[in-house]
Write a protein that binds this ligand. Structure first.
Ligand code: 5GP
Ligand code: ZN
Length: 119
């Protein structure tokens, strides 16, 4: 799965530095950058550097890389000062979830009361 690139993919271009973004973390396997349309005071997207279309494909192909995304999310949450107050991490998968960019990305949201997801 590693080193896969899709020339037409927006997030591959951000990973490559070909499209500007506010990058807050970068390592060998993950990149984190601020969402262009933040839905919370902190809204960061964490992506694998490799082009993988969605989290289901990612989980099947490379579970360790999936874990890396959550490790990066926890590190970014600390750096953003939202680790103690709490935060939400989520993946949208496919049409009905509203996935619009088909390069897997973990949303990290926090910095305010986000509301309960259920109940
Ligand atoms: P999805 O609905 O696919 O889970 O979320 C895609 C996210 O990417 C959205 O929250 C959207 O605001 C964000 N996004 C779309 N285009 C860009 C862009 O060019 N730069 C950045 N930083 N975020 C983007
Ligand atoms: Zn991509």
């Amino acid at each position: 799965t590693v080193d896969t690139v899709d020339a037409d993919c927006l997030f591959c271009k951000i990973v490559a530095g070909e499209v500007p973004a506010t990058v807050v973390h970068r390592d060998d396997t993950t990149v984190a950058f601020r969402d262009i349309k933040p839905q919370a005071p902190t809204h960061v997207l964490i992506v694998p550097t490799a082009h993988i279309p969605d989290v289901a494909t990612l989980a099947a192909a490379d579970p360790e890389l999936l874990a890396d995304l959550f490790t990066t999310a926890a590190e970014v949450a600390k750096a953003e000062g939202i680790a103690e107050g709490g935060y939400r991490t989520l993946f949208n998968t496919g049409r009905d979830a509203g996935q619009t960019v088909f390069h897997a990305h973990l949303h990290l949201l926090g910095g305010t009361w986000l509301g309960a997801l259920a109940g």
